[in-house]
Design a protein around this ligand. Structure first.
Ligand code: SF4
Length: 369
């Protein structure tokens, strides 16, 4: 399992607090050279999943992406039926680029669409409009992508349930195999946050959000999607295998600016600034700026918290096998209280959030962290 971070975007969206910089085209080549160097330092092994995230991986010229993919195939090799995912922005792809990526081994593409309303897209500061998003999906299909995911956001400024319903139906009309649905969370320091603070924009109220939540559950279920993780819905056979391993808190390798890896109980976070990342790797140094070794109990708690994001919950026998710990014994009264409040449920095999628990997931996680 390998994650590669591409920290570039064409333009910074108004709500974005992710590790990405806009317009740094002069860094594309040196960044890829540094990535190849960092990748060459990782132990050779077979990958069952590979994920290019960002930023916008498809901001990079396709030649560079293909170079990275070729190197990865040689250095690591792919397991049979390995999942190779790439995040993409509809404003940064062409039929030709998608065809080349598909031929180079990418077999799952995830488009950040966010909305099918052009006014909402403008408010978010996206570089594409709704028609360009539709066209990107059509091109991806023609280029051979069957495993296609769309990201949508809800709870957007001035959005009502009807407007979100429109976007959700537009997304489903494109027949994605997977949908990620995120409620907009204004992040301090972003232009959107400032606009909300100044009262230039307003977010929908709690009742609207509850209505949008239930709309999501109803509409996706009617379309045959399984709700398998807090924000993720998939047709049977199309769950994101890479992210599932992440939610199961399994080991993963990572490379690139801001990338976080988790290997042998040690979490490592890399230099976020791409200029500094390139400098460090080019100088033969390590790009890791933070290293945290998790002991058995800390790993256990993380595995519980990550696993509760999955609708099926955490497998109790797996917890026993990995950590020799049982949640009820470990958490004692804290877990008992959450169960009595109806937020957490225990089945014979799993510990999971109840439907009410999913609505108050942050509170539950804070108790169990
Ligand atoms: S495309 Fe994604 S990563 Fe890039 S600025 Fe927009 S939200 Fe952030």
């Amino acid at each position: 399992m390998l994650y590669i971070h591409i920290p570039f975007c064409e333009k910074k969206c108004g709500y974005c607090a992710f590790a990405s910089v806009a317009g740094a085209r002069e860094l594309y080549r040196p960044y890829c050279t540094a990535l190849l160097e960092e990748l060459s330092r990782l132990p050779r092994r077979q990958l069952s999943t590979l994920f290019f995230g960002g930023g916008t991986p498809t901001s990079l010229p396709t030649d560079l992406l293909c170079e990275l993919l070729d190197f990865i195939r040689q250095h690591f090799s792919f397991a049979e039926e390995a999942e190779v995912s790439m995040e993409a922005n509809p404003g940064t792809v062409s039929f030709e680029s998608l065809r080349r990526l598909r031929l180079a081994g990418v077999n799952r593409i995830s488009f950040g669409v966010q909305s099918f309303d052009d006014d909402e897209l403008r408010v978010l500061g996206r570089i594409h409009n709704a028609e360009e998003a539709r066209e990107a999906v059509r091109m991806a299909r023609d280029a051979g992508f069957d495993n296609l995911s769309l990201d949508l956001m809800y709870g957007l400024p001035d959005q009502d349930t009807q407007a979100f319903d429109f976007s959700l139906h537009c997304a489903l009309e494109l027949h994605p195999r997977h949908i990620s649905l995120y409620q907009l969370t204004p992040e301090e320091g972003t232009p959107l946050f400032t606009a909300l603070e100044n009262g230039r924009l307003t977010l929908p109220g709690e009742e609207d959000i509850i209505a949008m939540d239930s709309l999501v559950n109803r509409v996706t279920a009617e379309a045959g999607f399984e709700h398998y993780e807090t924000s993720n819905y998939a047709l049977p056979g199309y769950r994101c295998r890479h992210n599932i391993r992440y939610w199961h808190n399994e080991e993963w390798f990572a490379a690139g600016a801001a990338a976080v890896s988790y290997v042998q109980g040690c979490r490592e976070r890399r230099e976020e600034n791409p200029w500094h990342y390139i400098e460090k790797i080019t100088a033969g140094e390590d790009a890791v700026v933070e290293r945290e070794s998790l002991d058995r109990e800390a790993s256990f708690r993380e595995t519980v918290i990550m696993g509760l994001r999955m609708m099926e919950g955490v497998d109790l026998s797996e917890l026993q096998c990995r950590f020799h710990l049982e949640p009820r014994q470990y958490y004692g009264g804290v877990l008992q209280k959450l169960m009595e409040q109806g937020l957490v449920e225990r089945t014979p095999t799993h510990l999971k959030l109840s439907p009410a628990g999913h609505s108050f997931a942050n509170i539950v996680m804070a108790e169990l962290v």
